[in-house]
Design a protein around this ligand. Structure first.
Ligand SMILES: *Cc1c(COP(=O)(O)O)cnc(C)c1O
Length: 226
């Protein structure tokens, strides 16, 4: 039986090898261990192995689990409803899933009330039929420009979930497109843009294409709901 330690090591090694192959510093890729449906005990075990950055995809589940796991860094990787923005601002260091102006405005307002500057990514739907949420490619840069003046919100990059294909190569054109968007945005605003892309089955391709954040659940914690 493979242990959690084995799995974490294997994923870290996969990240390092993909970065090496792409001529990138492995330290330039942040691993977010996605813990949706994973019990608190198991997350504590991963933390005891030295992992510190975790991701949840639903606010309700996060509200239950995160207070039991102090001292860790949490990212919201799933869709966020406007009426849950207040909880997200309280719980998460980085919100990956801003997909429109009304949500961004509500996050800014809630962060302002708490004296916080909330770090966010803009989620982009690059035309993939399977990815139902996210901004269109055309809407991404205008929203970034609009949000530049917001006091309590800091847009740090982009996130995408490409449509699932059996062969991870199927995701490559989407990762390339997100990278191009990131580069265009970085030169427009004059600072680097993070790219959150790549999950268990396609993170190697994502890193080859420039991912700076990979979101990995199954490869670390095993199949969900089994
Ligand atoms: C569940 C989830 C992941 C991790 O998916 P795996 O295939 O288990 O690695 C990544 N990103 C988002 C948005 C998710 O909901």
């Amino acid at each position: 039986m493979e242990t959690l330690d084995d799995r974490l090591r294997r994923v870290r090694q996969g990240i390092a090898q993909a970065a090496d192959r792409a001529g990138r510093d492995p330290g330039s890729v942040t691993l977010v261990a996605v813990t949706k449906t994973v019990p608190v005990e198991r997350i504590r075990e991963a933390a005891s192995l030295g992992h510190t950055v975790f991701g949840e995809n639903r606010v309700q589940e996060a509200r239950r689990k995160i207070p039991l796991l102090p001292g860790l860094t949490w990212h919201l990787v799933g869709h966020l409803q406007r009426n849950k923005a207040k909880y997200a601002v309280e719980l998460f260091d980085l919100i990956h899933s801003v997909d429109g102006l009304p949500l961004a405005q509500e996050i800014d307002r809630q962060a302002g009330m708490r004296g916080k500057r909330q770090r966010v990514l803009l989620e982009v739907n690059l035309g993939g039929e399977a990815a139902k949420t996210g901004l269109s490619w055309e809407a991404a840069l205008p929203l970034l420009h609009e949000l530049e003046g917001y006091e309590h919100l800091s847009v740090e990059g982009f996130m995408c979930i490409p449509p699932y294909t059996e062969d991870p190569e199927g995701a490559r054109p989407f990762f390339k497109a997100l990278r191009a968007l990131g580069e265009e945005a970085a030169s427009a605003v004059g600072r680097p843009m993070a790219l959150s892309m790549g999950m268990s089955h396609d993170f190697v391709v994502a890193i080859e294409e420039g991912a700076s954040i990979v979101r990995i659940g199954t490869a670390i914690f095993g199949e969900r709901g089994g």
